[in-house]
Design a protein around this ligand. Structure first.
Ligand code: ZN
Length: 366
């Protein structure tokens, strides 16, 4: 009897609890625990984790897309009548500064109102996931807002007032330009120089990229892929060093740098980097899967950073993406560079084709 129970436990341990995860993300969209109050200013990114999570689970039917799309557009910083705030464009994380609800222009001038590069990235992704055609995105304002965020060294601030500046925000900026099919919002060469500077100089001194954690390596490689400049920016030798360093990050799941514990989110950050570098197949899928599933919350759904910890929307989403990369059945495939499903990516490709066709016919009429 005891043996039977043990077998049952072992079986349950590797069971992927899809319906619990659907409910976890549904709850994330409805109500969040008090401990999330400090994340109010980045609410749009939490919405993205939940929506994209539901998309990976093929469960978007539980979402009222229309209401959600309107709310996302209400977070767009629209130009005022005189366009004096044009270079503050983009999406804000929530209505925390008290701008009246509006999805139509002209915008209202507020000294502290501006887009945030990570919110613009997650806002655009969320609109694509919901099947929106991005026709109400004010591209002029988004791209003008993006341009002023880039520093002389090629990196980006998150907001025009200044903030930390690093590769994460270059990644957001590259994703925004890629999605809008317009790179006028950034100086690509400067961004590449910054990425090279942080990735390669550190990798050369000790034959690895030890001081750039796995999440940043992802942002660097994914940005270069979105720009279509990976092979130009890094030599085959440098790429091989990065491949080797990333493969070495696997213990059971993955960690972000040597001597750190494995963490669910790195199954995506490092896994997707290896996928982009065409060597993900050389990792141990079963060990990776077992670790991710050991962080699954069997009661409320979602995944945590570590086993026996509280699940949170970021790790829940990236845990799912990690499982999707290794081909977990019934999960939609994830686009490794944009971090949305391949389904949402295909929707983007169709939109871009329409934009190009329309641009072509406009030129023809002139
Ligand atoms: Zn993590």
């Amino acid at each position: 009897m005891a043996e039977e129970e043990n077998q049952f436990e072992e079986f349950e341990q590797i069971d992927f609890l899809r319906d619990r995860h659907v409910r976890f993300f549904q709850r994330t969209l409805q109500v969040l625990p008090e401990r999330y109050a400090s994340l109010e200013t980045t609410r749009l990114s939490i919405l993205f984790f939940a929506l994209s999570g539901l998309d990976v689970l093929d469960a978007l039917e539980v979402v009222d897309s229309k209401v959600m799309i309107e709310w996302i557009y209400s977070q767009q910083v629209l130009p005022t009548q005189d366009k004096s705030n044009l270079n503050r464009g983009g999406f804000r994380g929530s209505a925390h500064i008290g701008i009246p609800y509006s999805t139509k222009g002209p915008g209202v001038l507020h000294p502290y109102d501006s887009g945030h590069v990570a919110m613009t990235y997650t806002g655009l992704c969320s609109l694509l996931i919901l099947g929106d055609d991005l026709s109400r995105v004010n591209k002029e304002a988004v791209l003008a807002g993006l341009k002023v965020l880039q520093l002389e060294d090629g990196s980006f601030y998150a907001v025009p007032e200044g903030s930390e500046n690093d590769i994460r925000f270059i990644y957001c900026a590259a994703s925004i330009c890629y999605m809008l099919d317009d790179w006028s919002g950034m100086d690509i060469q400067k961004a590449i120089d910054y990425i090279r500077g942080s990735l390669v100089s550190e990798s050369l001194c000790d034959n690895s990229v030890t001081r750039v954690p796995g999440g940043w390596t992802y942002c660097a490689i994914a940005s270069l892929c979105l720009m279509g400049r990976l092979d130009e920016a890094l030599s085959p030798r440098e790429l091989n060093r990065i491949r080797r360093w990333c493969i070495m990050r696997q213990q059971s799941g993955f960690h972000g740098r040597p001597n750190k514990p494995v963490d669910t989110c790195y199954s995506f950050w490092v896994g997707a980097t290896l996928e982009l570098l065409d060597v993900f197949q050389f990792t141990h899928f079963e060990k990776n899967r077992s670790f991710i599933l050991s962080t699954q919350d069997r009661l409320v759904g979602g995944f945590a950073k570590w086993p026996d910890s509280h699940p949170d929307p970021l790790h829940a989403y990236l845990g799912l993406c990690g499982l999707s990369l290794i081909g977990e059945p019934d999960l939609k495939k994830v686009h490794p560079a944009l971090n949305i499903t391949q389904r949402a990516f295909q929707h983007l490709q169709q939109l871009q084709q329409t934009w190009r066709d329309n641009a072509g016919s406009c030129v023809g009429q002139q």
